[in-house]
Design a protein around this ligand. Structure first.
Ligand code: UD1
Length: 386
């Protein structure tokens, strides 16, 4: 069986790592399931993220095999980025003709490659007419169609053949959209597979010594276009962080989008010169996990970090009005609080005052999700897209 996986942007890489590991384990076990003794795994990097710190370091940290193909699309508007990925991916798919295409998450690379695969016609002599399309992290919905990721999620799910879901809300959303139940599989969270596997190594990272971090600290990430693409939203957020930094030191690995915008809006020096805020370039996986796992709290607008903090039991203050990962605030450590400065400040003060919440880890976030996914792919792909 030949499986092709797509990765393009930073949040994809930890998910791909778990898939690649599960394929490796399947091959090493020498089992034969459904006539399949060996899986050939081809990795395609679209190049959506291309900086060493946003991309290559994750492959190194997580031991992901070097991509077989890199489309090197780079940054552009959404339309150009998606179009370029599609244009460059089509010949790769036709050359390799995998049995299954695995796409993860909700970035532009996810929808671009899915769309190519859904419409491709393998030559008549091939054993199937197109690859079975497998979406890992399906069904999540923020119900906010202003988010580019929400559009990517809805479209990807609607043309995928197998949908692997991290939490019950995803199953419910897909059923509500009329997706047949036999396509939907609640399997848990591949990102947590990777986190579990790497946590011990991450504890040995020397990032705190390198950065001179001493004592308690909060960790900050911000990159959502709705927060960072206009001065009206970014300035009050920066001012709130500065106020918070008087209560607790903040470490802020700044995303290129946020840094570029802050410079353009002439806000960068505000944050750069603040004594309680330590800015750094984006960090590698192990360094970032090291800092997350011992933070007093995390302030973020990321999707995946809401899940990682829930698993780690670290309070997460999410600066968004909605989340596609509701389990993280229903049973996890997440506080979904929007962007009002007074509300952010109050919630942070409450957490620092020791008023955290009781939290638990969602069902099936147990480190074995990749294994469940590969088993299901092996046992069902032959019946799909004949
Ligand atoms: C993308 C994803 C988002 C994910 C985020 C994580 C989409 C629609 N968005 O958003 O879901 O949470 O990645 O980072 O796919 N840039 C660099 N170096 C890089 C990559 C980007 O400098 O390696 C800069 C470029 O100036 C670029 C900007 O960052 O224009 C934004 O990159 P882009 O890939 O468009 O989107 P993200 O905001 O990173």
């Amino acid at each position: 069986m030949k499986i092709m996986s797509i990765a393009g942007a930073r949040p994809n890489f930890m998910k791909l790592a778990a898939i690649a590991d599960a394929v490796k384990t399947y091959n090493e076990r020498n089992v034969t399931l459904n006539g399949c003794t060996n899986i050939e795994h081809i990795i395609v990097h679209t190049g959506q993220h291309y900086d060493a710190k946003m991309s290559h370091s994750f492959f190194d940290d997580l031991g992901i095999p070097k991509p077989d193909v890199n489309l090197e699309v780079g940054s552009a508007t959404h339309a150009v980025q998606v179009a370029e990925i599609m244009r460059l991916f089509e010949p790769v798919l036709l050359k390799e003709m995998p049995d299954a295409l695995v796409v993860v998450g909700d970035v532009n690379s996810t929808i671009a490659c899915t769309l190519v695969a859904a419409k491709i016609n393998y030559p008549i002599t091939a054993k199937r007419k197109r690859p079975a399309i497998i979406h890992v992290e399906a069904g999540l919905r923020s119900f906010d169609r202003d988010m580019p990721e929400e559009i990517n999620r809805i479209l990807t799910d609607s043309i995928s053949d197998l949908l692997f879901v991290t939490e019950q809300s995803g199953v419910n959303n897909l059923k509500d959209e009329g997706v047949p139940e036999n396509k939907i599989h609640l399997v848990g969270n591949v990102m947590i597979d990777t986190l579990q596997k790497q946590l011990e190594r991450a504890k040995h990272s020397n990032i705190k010594q390198t950065m001179g971090v001493k004592g308690r600290y909060g960790l900050v990430t911000l990159h959502r276009p709705s927060n960072v693409d206009s001065i009206e939203t970014l300035q009050p957020l920066f001012e709130t962080l500065i106020k918070i930094s008087k209560k607790i030191n903040l470490i802020f690995p700044i995303h290129p989008r946020t840094k570029n915008n802050a410079k353009q809006f002439k806000l960068f020096s505000l944050i750069e010169e603040c004594p309680g805020i330590q800015l750094t370039d984006p960090l590698g996986y192990l360094d970032f996990l090291n800092l997350t796992s011992t933070a007093i709290l995390v302030i973020t607008d990321s999707g995946g970090i809401q899940e990682e903090t829930t698993y780690l039991g670290i309070p997460c203050v999410t600066l968004r009005e909605n989340t596609e990962r509701p389990i993280t605030f229903e049973i996890g450590t997440n506080y979904l609080i929007g962007t009002s400065p007074s509300r952010i400040y109050k919630v942070v003060a409450d957490i620092l005052g020791g008023n955290g919440k009781d939290a638990s880890i969602p069902q099936l976030w147990d480190g074995r999700t990749g294994e469940r996914i590969i088993k299901k792919i092996v046992t069902s792909v032959n019946c799909l897209c004949k």
